[in-house]
Every structure is written in C-alpha cells, then in structure tokens.
Design a protein around this ligand. Structure first.
Ligand code: GDP
Length: 692
C-alpha cells in the first residue's frame, strides 16, 4: 500500500446540507466512472451511463462506518461522522481516526447552527480540512457570502479556489482559479469534464479572485510571494503552498458545486487528493502503559509492532464488525493481538474493507489504513497491539452523562431483550450508560441529552421488540461548597479491646476548578504518612456521593495540615472515618450549593418567529447570548438549564409552526439560583422517596 496515496477523510456537515448526496456522488464517480473508462478502453465504444443507473446507485445507503473508494491512483477511506450533536462521542471517535475532512456547507444557509459544532469538533481534534459549498443550483445560493461567513463566523482563513459560472438555476460549472479554466460537468450524470476558456463576462472576476487567492497564499511562502511579484507562479507551486496551509491547519480552501446536479464533485475529489494529508503527514500519539503512560509517537510503519484503534462497532448484515484504524504494524488473518483494556488476546479471523456497499475480504491490513475485523469482543475506543507492547491511544474526550431515566420492561421476554440491547448500546456508545438501581431494582439509563435517550428507547422498541415503561427524565445535578472553612475533628471510640483514634485539622474550600483536590501538609509527623491514604479514601467517598444532594460533589479542596494519632488505636480506617465525619460536620458551614447542567441552544428560525423564540428561552430560566439575522432567518444562541429543557423541541415546534431548527449541547455546570435551591432539594428528595 502506498501511504502517500492514501487519504483517511470524513465529511462533516450541518444536517441537510447535502452530505449524503455528496457522498453518494463520490462513490458513483469513483467506481462507475472508473468502469466506464475501462470499458471504453477495451472495445472503443463509449459506455452509456443513464440516469436509471444513477438512480439505482443513489439507493445505496452509506450505512457502513468506513467505505473506501479509488480516485485515480489514490485510495480514499471515507469515514462516516454522524452529524447529530447528541452523539458527539461517536463523532469524536470517528474524528480521532481521520487525517482530514471536507466541511460541507449549504450555499444558501451557509454557516448554520451545527456548523459551529462541527467546526469545534474539527479544531479540537486538529483535523485539517477543506470546504465544499453545495447546492449552488438553489435560489439564493451565494458562495461568496458563505466564504465570508466562514471567515467571520468561524474565524477560518477561507479562500476561494473557484468561482461559480452562472447562478441558481443557471449554475453551470466553476472557474478553477489555479488553472484559470472554466470547468463544466457534461453527460447525463456530469461524468464528462470539459475544460474551456473562462467566459468573457467572468474574466475580470476570475482575475480578481485569483489575485485574492495568491495574496493570501503568499503569506505562507516567500518563494510564492516572489514568484507572484514576478508573475511567474506555477500551478505546482501554488498547490504546494495550499497543501502546506491545509496540513498546518491554517487555511481552508473553498470549493463549490451542486452534488444534486452533478457539478463540482470531481474537482472536490482532486482537491482531497491534492490538499488533504496522507497518514504519514499527521503526528499521532499514544501512551505506553508499561512506561508510566509516557507519550509515544506512532510510526505509521508496517514493520513496527501493531497498534490499532477500534473507532466504531457495528452490527451489520455481515455480523458484528469492529472498525479499526492501524497506526503502525500489520494485521494479518490468523494473527493474535491483545486488547489493552482487558488484556485479552484476540485472534483475527476475518478481515475486510467496505468498498461502497460491497465487502472485500483482505488477508492483511497495513499501517495507515482502515478496515474491519469480525466477531471481536471489545468496546469503542479500545486499543489493540501485538503482544510485545502495551499502548493505548488517547481516549477521546468523553462527556459525562447529564440526564437519566428509569425503564421497566413489561414482561420477561422484554427483560431479556432489553438486557441484550443495553449490552450492545453501552458498548457502542460510551456516553450511554445503564445500571441497576439496587434500592429500587429499576434499570436506569443515562445519557448526554433527552434526544440521546429517546433514540435508544425507540431502538429498543423497534429493533429488539422491547415493551417498556419509561420514567421521567432526571437531571444529574452536582454539588459544591462556596465558602472556605477550617475544621478540626477527633474520631475516638473505646469499646473494649483496641480502640479507634484519629484527629485531623485543616481547611476545606472551593478548589477553583471542577476537580476535587485532596492534599496533606503535615509538619513534624503529627500524622504519619501511612494514614494519608485512609484520609483520601474518606474524602473520595464523600465526594462521590455528595452530602447535600446525594449527587457527586465537585470543585472541593481539602487540606489536612495538622492532627494527632495514637500508637495503638490509630489505623487507616480510623482516619478514613475521621475524614468523612469532618466533612459531614462542616459541610453546612462551607455553604453547599447545587450545580445544574447548562445547555447551549442554537436556534435557526424564520425572522417572524424570533420574538416567540426569545420568549421561550426567557420562560425557561434561559439567557439569550446572541441574536443575528441572516436574510430571512434569525439565529438565536442562548443557554437554558437542562431541567427546563425537557420537551423544549416539541414546544418550539408548536410555537414556530415547525419551522425552527434547534440544536442543544451541554456546555457546563452552573450554580442553581438560591431561590430555587430548596425546590430542587425537595424534588430530589421526592424522587428518592418515590423510588422506595
Ligand atoms: P444531509 O442531511 O447533509 O446528508 O443531506 P442530504 O444529502 O440528505 O440532502 C438533503 C436534501 O438536500 C435532499 O433533499 C437532497 O436532495 C438535497 N440536496 C443535496 N444536494 C443538493 C444540491 O446540490 N442542490 C439541491 N438543490 N439540493 C440538494
């Protein structure tokens, strides 16, 4: 395998901007067009590709997590990045294995609410990307404006590499600003590229935008700057600089077209080939478990020990597939590798790649490549290595669940099926958790949003025939303290035989972050250090189950700086109990507070409904952070506490005749207003009682 000619890419987009259509076109041009030219080569007769075939091709659902296509001599692995914000973990796991991405934007809507989320995800994972402005055939499409939005709203250094020929219904093709040629996409399916002189009415505009492009690019490269001054810049030099800008994540070149009308897709494929990095151009790091988790750079060499990462689990028509990306080494059929989380050995039975909708069996998979293994028991995010090393790759940023609800199967069969479903979902999605509440014998599921849980409940019903009773969603609160207080506590018990004795003194205070901090600062051996772990254990236990609400406590710091012990009666346990009691006794004095999840909401809505949206946010203890108008749309960004957001989607739909588009994302934990604290405490208490 030629790594230089390999691309591992994702296609990221706001919903409805045409990601599916574009992906299908990519599959189409990469496969069928290939075949056409072969046929033509053999018998000299141009193959006929009618729209019927295209229609059939359209029927392909791009269900697999990674599919590969060939564009010229370049192999492109397209990794599916699920779009919905409620599944950020799936998205981030997929992003973890990409080397580059195409950011698709709608030519009319431009940078929309989810574009911000996608943009954040790409930049958090340092994924170099290029932009494709789609739907230029639609009324109101304007790639110049969308490029401006990329610059202003997303702070991208976006430069147009093309300008459109004709607009809306008259959209015909693009001007390539490097070649300075017009490109048209002829044939029933746009499969025939025709290069022409730039239409005369566009010549000035093309010159202007080429100059803009060269100006921007000159910032990256002195050679290019000089060449431009002398007027001797070559396409090769320009492309080299664009490639550099993209790979160093400082530049977003902008391409455009209409996937639906079969225009511009091949040029985008050329751009993927020319500008997005190959696997060796990205530095990937892992951690060496045997060496204190020291950072190691993964070599991407076939000959090094194997390191592979499971980024997606999928139940398919072919059975249970685990999609992996190989960072170094080679995996062959029959090889034994180990799962570094469980330390279990796994034998590679079958190995495959998905080629569009076909499965291709492989004998081996090499560094830099993406494939799937069969029937392997593992969780999302596991790292596999050969037996000589124990590496793990950075766990993706995994959000904690913030919402939970109870589910009750209606009969035994549902019970069994529910267990199966939960087992699978919790493996596939690390933000989805389930457990049995010992006190109430209820099954509780937890997730990162209302919709997140809804989707799984619906899937249990449909895919697993589970009949369920579903409880009300409950917020996962947190608690903290707000005041610094000194404490002193003596734990003393004398009940015949050996007693218990421990004395601790110190300070409890807000830690200033979300973390809990435990420290000791003992001078002169007032407490021997072998009792510290006992203290810390007590502290951790109290933090895990907060003393105010019963939800975990965060942002608390405890320093033990003095105390006393008894040579016979002191023990780890005595110090653990002393610490727990010290916290209990002083917690109230440190003025505890409840924290609630605060959700960022972003709503796109026709302008006439803006008022209704603002009111709806205010009614839910929310704050409006930003409103702006874009043509006929108002975009409202605000925050609403999670407890107030249940059912918001439905309410919004009825307030706006179904025309609002809402995206919700967890932002942070925030202190509940004082006047509501008692109500929330009462509610928490009520929920506890109700369960008993
Ligand atoms: P996704 O949600 O991003 O995957 O978007 P889809 O590919 O499902 O497209 C959403 C809708 O936009 C569908 O009705 C498509 O037919 C339509 N669409 C996609 N690309 C284009 C385009 O280039 N022009 C026009 N006019 N419509 C398009």
């Amino acid at each position: 395998m030629n790594l230089e000619k390999t691309r591992n890419i994702g296609i990221s987009a706001h919903i409805d901007s045409g990601k599916t259509t574009l992906t299908e076109r990519i599959l189409f041009y990469c496969n069928k067009i290939h075949k056409i030219s072969e046929v033509r080569g053999k018998d000299g007769v141009g193959a006929k590709m009618d729209s019927m075939e295209l229609e059939r091709e359209r029927g392909i659902t791009i269900a697999s997590a990674a599919t590969y296509v060939s564009w010229g001599d370049t192999d492109i692995n397209i990794i599916d990045t699920p779009g919905h914000v409620d599944f950020t973990v799936e998205v981030e796991n997929a992003l973890r294995v990409l080397d580059g991405a195409v950011l698709v934007l709608c030519g009319v809507g431009g940078v929309q609410s989810q574009s911000f989320t996608v943009d954040r995800q790409l930049s958090r994972n340092n994924v170099p990307n290029i932009a494709f402005i789609n739907k230029l055939d639609r009324i109101g499409a304007n790639p110049f404006r969308v490029t401006e939005m990329l610059r202003e709203k997303l702070g991208r250094n976006a430069i147009m590499m093309q300008i459109p020929i004709g607009k809306e219904e008259e959209f015909q093709g693009v001007v390539d600003l490097i070649k300075m040629k017009a490109v048209y996409f002829d044939g029933d399916n746009g499969e025939k590229l025709r290069y022409e002189e730039i239409p005369s009415d566009l010549a000035d505009q093309a010159a202007e935008y080429r100059e803009k492009m060269l100006d921007e690019l000159s910032m990256f490269d002195d050679d290019l700057a000089e060449a431009v001054l002398e007027g001797i810049e070559t396409p090769e030099l320009i492309k080299k600089v664009v490639r550099f800008g993209v790979i160093s994540d400082k530049l977003t070149p902008v391409f455009m077209g209409s996937a639906f009308k079969n225009k511009g897709v091949q040029s985008l494929l050329d751009a993927i080939d020319s500008y997005l990095p190959n696997p060796t151009e990205i530095c990937n790091e892992g951690f060496d478990v045997d060496n204190d988790d020291a950072t190691v750079v993964l070599s991407m060499k076939d000959s090094d020990p194997t390191v592979a990462y499971a980024f997606k689990l999928e139940n398919q028509q072919y059975g249970q597939l685990t999609y992996i990306r190989l960072y170094q080494g080679t995996i062959k059929k029959g090889d034994e590798i180990i799962n570094n989380r469980t330390r279990k050995k796994v034998k590679i039975g079958r190995l495959a790649k998905m080629h569009a909708d076909e499965m291709i069996e492989l004998n081996e998979l090499k560094a830099g490549d993406i494939g799937a293994i069969f029937g392997v028991d593992c969780a999302l995010g596991d790292t596999f290595t050969d037996t000589s090393i124990h590496y793990r790759l950075r766990a993706s940023h995994i959000p904690e669940p913030i919402i939970s609800l109870s589910i009750k199967p209606k009969d035994n069969k549902s019970q069994t099926n529910m267990a199966k479903a939960l087992n699978r979902f919790t493996k596939e999605d690390l933000t989805f958790k389930s457990y049995l509440d010992e006190e109430t014998s209820e099954t509780i599921i937890q997730g990162i949003g209302e919709l997140h849980l809804d989707v799984y409940i619906e899937r249990m019903r449909r895919e697993y025939n589970v009949e369920l009773e579903v409880g009300k969603p409950q917020v996962a609160y947190r608690e903290t303290i707000t005041k610094e207080i000194p404490f002193e506590y003596i734990h003393k018990k004398q009940s015949g035989g050996r007693g218990q004795y421990a004395k601790i003194m110190g300070i409890m205070s807000p830690s200033g972050s979300d973390d809990n901090v435990f420290e000791t600062d003992i001078k002169g051996g007032a407490i021997p250090s072998n009792y510290f772990p006992g203290c810390e254990k007590g502290f951790d236990a109290m933090m895990a189950e907060g003393y105010y609400t019963g939800f975990p406590a965060v942002g608390i710091k405890m320093i033990i700086n003095d105390g006393d012990f008894h040579p016979v009666d002191s023990s780890q346990l005595a110090f653990e109990l002393a610490t727990k009691s010290a916290i209990r006794e002083n917690y109230k004095k440190a003025v505890p507070a409840i924290l609630e999840p605060m959700m960022k909401v972003s709503i796109d809505v026709p302008i006439e409904f803006r008022g209704a949206v603002l009111t709806s946010i205010n009614q839910r203890r929310g704050t409006v952070l930003e409103t702006r108008d874009e043509e006929h749309l108002a975009i409202v960004v605000g925050e609403i506490p999670l407890s107030e957001i249940f059912g918001y989607g439905t309410a919004l739909r009825s307030n706006t005749q179904g025309k609002a588009e809402l995206s919700i994302e967890f932002d942070r934990y925030e202190r509940v207003p004082r006047n509501l604290e008692d109500d929330i405490l009462a509610e928490i208490q009520k929920n506890k009682e109700a369960k008993k």
